[in-house]
Design a protein around this ligand. Structure first.
Ligand code: NAP
Length: 317
C-alpha cells in the first residue's frame, strides 16, 4: 500500500510517500481502508522529534491519528464491527497512523462514522473533537450557565469546543484574530476577543473555565481571570499550581485518549445538526508535506484533511 512514512525525525522533507507493508489486524483490531485522514499539530511535533522522549516510536513510522474509512478486515475477537462498516477513529498514537491506504486500529477505539458527513469531513473530527469533549466535560466538568474562555476558537480544537460548550448551555467566550471574528461567532461564541489588538484579561469578566490551547503567556494571563473554584484545563502545558491556588482555582494538562463512546456521542450531535465540521483545506495524501507546512503556520481555520480515496469516488461520481 501507499503511505506517508518517516525514517527519522526532521523537517517536512522527511515525509516520504512510499510503499509500505499492508498492516495485519490482531485479534482485537480492525483494519480500515482509509478514505481520509486529518493533520493535527501533534503530527508535525512527532515528525520533528519534539515528543520523542514522551512518545518513543519505532522507525519507519506512519504518521496521522485521525481516520475515516471502511472496515476491510476484522480480528478474531471483534464482535461488534463487520467488514463494510463505515467508521471513524482517533487511533492509539503509539501505533502506526492513518496517513496510508490502510490502518489497523483497536476495535474499541472505533465508532460509526456520522452518517451526514463525507469521509473527508468525518476524518476531521476524532482527535480535535475528542480533545474538546474531554477537556470541557471529562476534565473541566463544564456545566450549563458557566462562563468558559476558549483560546484559539478558530482552530481545530477550538472550533469544536465552542460548539460543544454552547450545546451544554455555557456562556462561551473565544479568542482569535479579527479576521476570524465572524467565523467564531457563527460557531456560537457569545463574546469574542481579538487577541492581537486586545489583552483578554483586561476586557473580560471572570470565568469558570479556561480551555487553553496556546500555553505560555496566554495561559499565565488566563489564570487571574478564573473565579474561585474555577478550572484551567490545558492541552499544551501544565499550569502554575501556585498561581492557580492564589485565586482558589484548579487545573492541569491532559493528553487526549481514544474513546469510541465519546465519538459516538459526538456523531449524534453532528447528525442532529448541533455540531458542524470546519474544514480549512483538503490535500491529496501525496501532498502531505504541503499540508504539514500549512498546519505549522498556526493559522488554520478548522481542520486540514488528507484525502486518500478521491471524494468523487466516495460520492459514486
Ligand atoms: N494534549 C492533547 O491531547 C492535544 C490534543 C489536540 C491538540 N493539542 C495541541 O493544542 C494546540 C491547538 O491544536 P489545534 O489542532 O486546535 O491547532 P490549530 O488548528 O493549528 O490552531 C490554529 C488556530 O490557532 C489560532 N491561534 C494561533 N495563535 C493564537 C493565539 N495566541 N490566541 C488565539 N488563537 C490563536 C489561529 O487563529 P488566528 O489565525 O485567528 O490567529 C488558528 O485558527 C496544538 O499545540 C496541539 O498540539 C493537544
Amino acid at each position: 500500500m501507499k503511505a506517508i512514512r518517516i525514517h527519522g525525525y526532521g523537517d517536512v522533507e522527511t515525509l516520504s510517500y512510499e510503499d509500505a507493508p499492508l498492516p495485519e489486524p490482531g485479534a482485537e483490531d480492525v483494519r480500515i481502508r482509509v478514505h481520509a485522514a486529518a493533520v493535527n499539530p501533534v503530527d508535525w511535533k512527532i515528525r520533528a522529534g519534539y515528543l520523542a522522549a514522551m512518545l518513543p516510536h519505532q522507525m519507519p513510522l506512519t504518521l496521522g491519528w485521525d481516520v475515516s474509512g471502511v472496515v476491510d478486515q476484522v480480528g478474531a475477537d471483534v464482535t461488534h464491527l463487520s467488514i463494510g462498516d463505515a467508521v471513524y477513529s482517533r487511533p492509539d498514537i503509539t501505533r502506526n497512523g492513518s496517513y496510508a491506504e490502510y490502518v489497523v486500529v483497536r476495535a474499541a477505539e472505533v465508532a460509526a462514522k456520522p452518517g451526514t458527513l463525507s469521509h473527508n469531513e468525518a476524518a476531521a473530527v476524532p482527535l480535535a473533537g475528542l480533545t474538546a469533549w474531554q477537556g470541557l466535560f471529562d476534565h473541566a466538568r463544564l456545566k450549563a450557565g458557566e462562563r468558559v474562555l476558549i483560546h484559539a476558537g478558530a482552530g481545530g480544537v477550538g472550533s469544536f469546543a465552542i460548539q460543544l460548550a454552547k450545546w451544554t448551555g455555557a456562556h462561551v467566550i473565544a479568542t482569535a484574530s479579527a479576521a476570524n471574528e465572524a467565523l467564531v461567532r457563527g460557531l456560537g461564541a457569545d463574546e469574542f476577543v481579538d487577541y492581537r489588538s486586545q489583552r483578554f484579561e483586561e476586557v473580560l469578566d471572570k470565568v469558570d473555565v479556561v480551555l487553553d490551547t496556546i500555553g505560555g503567556d496566554t495561559q499565565a494571563r488566563s489564570i487571574p481571570l478564573l473565579k474561585s473554584g474555577g478550572r484551567l484545563i490545558s492541552v499544551v502545558g501544565n499550569p502554575d499550581a501556585d498561581a492557580l491556588a492564589a485565586v482558589g482555582a484548579s487545573g492541569g494538562v491532559f493528553m487526549v485518549q481514544p474513546s469510541s463512546e465519546s465519538l459516538g456521542r459526538i456523531a449524534q450531535l453532528i447528525d442532529a445538526g448541533t455540531v458542524r465540521v470546519l474544514i480549512d483545506s483538503v490535500f491529496p495524501l501525496s501532498e502531505t508535506r504541503a499540508a504539514h507546512e500549512k498546519s505549522q503556520t498556526g493559522r488554520a481555520r478548522g481542520k486540514i484533511v488528507l484525502e486518500v480515496v478521491p471524494a468523487q469516488v466516495d460520492a459514486g461520481l
